[in-house]
Design a protein around this ligand. Structure first.
Ligand SMILES: [Zn+2]
Length: 444
């Protein structure tokens, strides 16, 4: 255990630096054993979880808030009554059931925009009514989400309503595993939530084709946050850093949040992991015809260059704009049928043909983001069956969409580089450290 403890302490020091918690109490370290966590089913000894820090829970937060609040001082003896909302009930029926005044209800709901959230209480939530000995309602608490409680407090005849956010405790956890079956199955076995598996796949989506190119023995390790309020797990937070080894090639990602609060994933050198374009405009589609300048056309039955890629997909499958840009054509275009062309900056255009229909609320001139739906697969124009014909042009010249070198999204701004390094270096060091330590331990 000595080695483990010293490792744990180093991790804790790193983590304290990273998450900047001003105090830490109840520090604990857990090497997850097979039966110690319902959400983790270790299949190999290469799964480790670290656990750090415990700031103030929601009740403390509420108490502190109340202490600072300039509202009516707390009356000394309030009766608290808890009521769990059942299906079909609303606040009005509950007020009359519990004999509270409908005038108070009106004041609460119309106090301000937050007050109207009381009109949409959901079944299963437990309301807390605090009243004086003569039955006058003084406070009403509605735990809307694990992270937020809506509180109404009486001020004379009226009520003041506000949303109080809980202090969320973020633990940093570590997972390392190797692919035996699929990303989803193996990551799930390692204890990663569905949400984080999707995020992990998204982070590396520009570099790794998770559907087609994973190999048995590929590995990944990551540091991510587990969220708790008052010691109760409420789900996972962000992936902080991740490493994926695919077919012997290592990919690294680290999360960086700029001072405007915008977060994205970068390579350790500050280059974006995102490309300016997605490789393919539809999910899970088969390439039915490649880019080929000497192809015999299936309908015209003569040699005619195929200057794009065809994806066989069902009619109605959504088509995404592969990059951010502006729609410059939307309409019929000869053999292409219903066609959209998107202009991306000065150099690039992408074209999507044979659509069955267009996305609603867009027109020529509309701005679209990468991944936005622009239309749906069909077989309009010269097509033997439903498919998407996709073209990629640089300065007007057709390029093979499957092999063209895609430009990266913007790297870290020069002025943010120092901040980027200071945020991300400890994370990368921590991942590296925990990974090496857990390998060393596993050799016993
Ligand atoms: Zn085609």
């Amino acid at each position: 255990m000595y080695a483990l403890d010293s490792v744990a302490m180093k991790i804790l020091k790193f983590s304290t630096l990273i998450i900047g918690i001003s105090f830490i109490s109840g520090i604990s370290w857990a090497l997850i054993a097979p039966d110690s966590s319902p959400e983790t089913t270790p299949i190999a000894p290469n799964i480790t979880t670290t656990t750090i820090s415990l700031p103030a829970p929601i009740d403390n937060a509420l108490a502190q808030h109340a202490a600072k609040s300039p509202m009516t001082p707390q009356q000394p003896s309030l009766n608290a009554r808890h009521y769990t909302v059942t299906r079909g009930e609303n606040l009005s029926s509950i007020f009359s059931k519990l004999n509270y005044s409908s005038k108070d209800l009106h004041h609460i709901i119309h106090a301000n925009p937050i007050g109207s959230q009381f009109a949409a209480i959901s079944p299963g939530k437990t309301l807390t009514f605090k009243s004086t000995s003569d039955g006058t309602l003084v406070e009403l608490h509605y735990p809307k989400k694990p992270t937020q409680t809506i509180v109404a407090k009486r001020i004379n005849e009226a009520f003041h309503v506000e949303a109080i956010n809980a202090v969320v405790n973020r633990e940093i956890s570590y997972i390392h595993t190797s692919i035996q079956t699929s990303l989803f199955i193996d990551a799930k076995k390692a204890g990663l939530s569905d949400k984080l598996i999707m995020e992990l796949a998204q982070i590396f989506a520009w570099d790794i084709d998770f559907a087609l190119n994973l190999r048995k023995g590929d590995q990944f390790s990551l540091l991510f946050e587990k969220l708790h309020i008052n010691g109760v797990a409420i789900g996972s937070g962000n992936i902080l850093t991740a490493e994926f080894i695919n077919k012997g090639q290592k990919y690294q990602a680290v999360r960086y949040e700029d001072n405007n609060g915008a977060a994205s994933y970068y390579q350790p050198n500050g280059k974006s992991l995102k490309k300016a374009f997605l490789r393919t405009p539809i999910d899970f589609a088969r390439v039915s015809s490649h880019f080929n300048l000497k192809r015999k056309h299936p309908v015209l039955n003569r040699i005619r260059a195929h200057k794009g890629v065809d994806y066989a997909a069902r009619t109605g499958t959504r088509i995404k704009s592969t990059g951010r840009g502006k729609i410059i054509h939307r309409g019929r275009k000869g053999g292409y049928g219903r066609t959209i062309i998107v202009q991306h900056g000065q150099k690039y255009t992408t074209l999507y043909a044979h659509l069955s229909k267009y996305q609603r609320n867009q027109k020529v001139g509309s701005r679209v983001n990468q991944g936005d739906t622009i239309g749906y697969v069909g077989k309009s124009g010269l097509a033997t069956g439903p498919h998407l014909h996709y073209e990629f042009r640089i300065n007007g010249v057709h390029r093979n969409p499957l092999t063209v070198k895609l430009p990266s999204s913007n790297p870290i701004n020069k002025s943010n580089m120092a901040d980027f390094k200071s945020q991300t270096t400890p994370l990368l060091a921590q991942l590296h450290h925990v990974k090496n330590s857990s390998f060393a331990e596993n050799t016993f």
